[in-house]
Design a protein around this ligand. Structure first.
Ligand code: PDD
Length: 282
């Protein structure tokens, strides 16, 4: 049975004790990361760990390890659980204390994590998925990978109930990102995506995609685009650690382009796969 991570130790699930007053439960007062494992290797681990520390810093939680120690811990965690293709989830909360909104004076941050084996979503990557527009009702610090995910959860549920894979969130007319992904449109050979500011999470996959665009000489404009522009894109993509470079072939009942994954999307997928296969042990 897989071991879980608890404050630097690998323990059995049944041995985990978490306080009912953990601020993660009471306030969503914490942050998290999801890191992909391909062929036993952590993918873009450094970038995820940097973002984990950045998110913690933004909400004033101090992680009690250096980045190097934490990186090794995650690496050992994947190894001890024999994960070949899968993912690691890790979160840190401000810790347990009697419920009051302001930070407790004495609370020790609590880190927990788990690993699981999960295959790449090959069928969807080949066929593409559909998405629907939903108003973005989240807070104004979406750059923090916060445990507070109610706005994301409610939108995802609405999309899911209507048979869509993802919601394309928008503030007024402006498309921001997905519930658990970033969004891109391609028009006349240029890739458009919302700038990495407080209204989106700057995805690690997003950063890889922008690097790949440079390599492939696909021009990029990091600027907000509207719902109307989204519908008129030649190609549309969503991306995340778990969904990689995922073609979006329809928004609502409106087909994007021919309603099949486009040429530049395929090029980006191929280039992304090459990155995965480099398999640098990190
Ligand atoms: N979600 N935007 C949001 C709101 C996200 O939650 C995520 C990732 C992304 C993509 O980020 P990345 O490429 O670093 O995975 C963008 C993770 C996978 C999750 O919550 O499960």
């Amino acid at each position: 049975m897989d071991l879980i991570l608890h404050n630097g130790e690998f323990i059995r699930e049944e041995d985990l004790v978490i306080s009912r007053e953990d601020r993660g439960y009471q306030f969503g007062d914490g942050i998290y990361e999801v890191i992909r494992v391909y062929d036993g290797n952590l993918f873009t681990a450094k970038e995820h760990i940097d973002r984990f520390y950045d998110s913690a810093d933004k909400i004033k939680i101090v992680i009690p390890y250096t980045k190097d120690v934490f990186h090794k811990m995650i690496y050992d965690f994947v190894e001890v659980n024999n994960i070949e293709t899968g993912q690691v989830y890790v979160q840190i909360t401000r810790g347990a204390a009697e419920r009051q909104h302001q930070f407790p004076t004495q609370a020790t941050p609590v880190i927990i994590g788990n690993t699981k084996s999960v295959e790449r979503p090959i069928a969807s990557l080949n066929s593409g998925v559909t998405a629907k527009f939903i108003e973005d009702i989240r807070w104004l610090r979406c750059d923090i990978k916060s445990l507070n995910l109610l706005g994301n959860v409610l939108a995802k549920q609405e999309a899911y109930e209507e048979g869509f894979f993802e919601a394309i969130l928008h503030r007024g007319e402006t498309v921001t990102e997905g519930c658990s992904s970033n969004m891109y449109g391609i028009k006349n050979g240029t890739l458009y995506t919302h700038p990495a500011n407080n209204l989106i999470l700057n995805g690690i996959t997003r950063r890889v995609i922008l690097e790949l665009c440079e390599e492939l000489e696909i021009p990029v404009e990091e600027r907000p685009f509207t719902k109307t522009e989204a519908l008129e894109m030649d190609e549309f993509i969503m991306s995340s650690t778990t969904t990689e470079v995922m073609p979006v072939v329809a928004i609502g009942d409106h087909k994007i382009g021919q309603g099949v994954p486009g040429e530049l999307t395929r090029k980006l997928q191929t280039a992304f796969e090459a990155r995965i296969q480099v398999g640098v042990k990190s």
